[in-house]
Design a protein around this ligand. Structure first.
Ligand code: APR
Ligand code: ZN
Length: 268
């Protein structure tokens, strides 16, 4: 019997009885795909100041001030995003949807991995790195993750410098108006995406899986509380901490890539 078998069974029993579960996901869900989280030891925000690189204005001035530092980390992230594959946690969520148990995945992640795992109903509150948005007319265009990264790596290598002028030459152009497009992600200080739909899903669900998040970024982190207020059972999976202790019904201190497949196996 594994160390948290009782918790895994308890979660499986709760999920087996529902058709209206929702999953609220953070960067921990993609950690086992080799993508660094933000606030764990060695995480992205330990290496770059979020107020510098996490806001569009901050990013532009940091690039102007110290392009080498930022580009060094940017290249590492590109490598990680290029190599990343869906992990068993992403696939288990897609299974739970196919089994008619999980209705919605609400994610804070921008890595497109849950989409690639085959989940149908995903709300990306912080956007998607591989979807571009036109700065003029707002049109959006989805690009394939790996070919885009390959193109970026090749063109970045050929740039004479990392000045803003040079970097802007990499930006894709809008098919409709020809203007520059940027990754359709939500930087700090910008409005999150699909907030009404996310809250509706949170209020509607009768079980919420809270997966791999430190629960410090709002308004997303309000969702588990909203679900609890509406009577949902809360199942938290996180190997290091439970930021939602006061509202938790089942806490599984494990990695999502291990715990979620184990829960699916129990249900099947
Ligand atoms: N499985 C499950 N959880 C994990 C794993 C794993 N394998 N590895 C780490 N974790 C947990 C950590 O314990 C931590 O609680 O994932 C959480 C990651 O927290 P953060 O790094 O703060 O990431 P997240 O909660 O997604 O951040 C929210 O902040 O920076 C912004 O926009 C960014 O969407 C992001 C938001
Ligand atoms: Zn346009």
């Amino acid at each position: 019997m594994g160390s948290y078998d009782r918790e895994i069974s308890a979660a499986a029993v709760i999920l087996a009885e529902t058709k209206k579960a929702a999953a609220f996901c953070g960067s921990g869900v993609s950690a086992e795909s080799g993508i660094s989280t933000f606030r764990d030891p060695g995480g992205i925000w330990e290496r770059i100041n979020p107020m510098e690189a996490g806001t569009s204005g901050g990013l532009i001035s940091s690039l102007a001030k110290n392009p080498e530092k930022l580009m060094g980390i940017f290249f590492e992230l590109l490598e990680a995003f290029e190599k990343a594959e869906c992990n068993p946690g992403h696939l288990a969520l897609a299974d739970l949807e196919k089994m008619g148990i999980l209705e919605t995945v609400i994610t804070q992640n921008v890595d497109n991995l849950q989409n690639e795992a085959g989940s149908g109903n995903i709300i990306e509150m912080h956007g998607n790195l591989f979807r571009m948005a036109c700065l003029s007319c707002g049109r959006k265009k989805k690009l394939d993750r790996k070919p885009l990264i390959l193109y970026l790596k090749q063109t970045l290598r050929n740039l004479k410098d990392y000045s803003l002028e040079s970097l802007v030459t990499l930006a894709p152009r809008c098919d409709a108006c020809g203007s520059i497009m940027r990754p359709d992600i939500v930087m700090f200080g910008e409005a999150v995406q699909d907030l009404p739909r996310a809250f509706e899903a949170g209020q509607d669900c009768d079980v919420m899986l809270v997966l791999g998040t430190s629960g410090v970024v709002y308004p997303a982190a309000e969702l588990p509380f909203e679900a609890k207020r509406k009577g949902a059972d809360i199942i938290v999976i996180n190997p290091n901490e439970n930021p939602f202790e006061e509202i938790t019904d089942v806490y599984i201190p494990m990695k999502t890539g291990v715990a979620l497949p184990a829960i699916v196996d129990k249900i099947k």
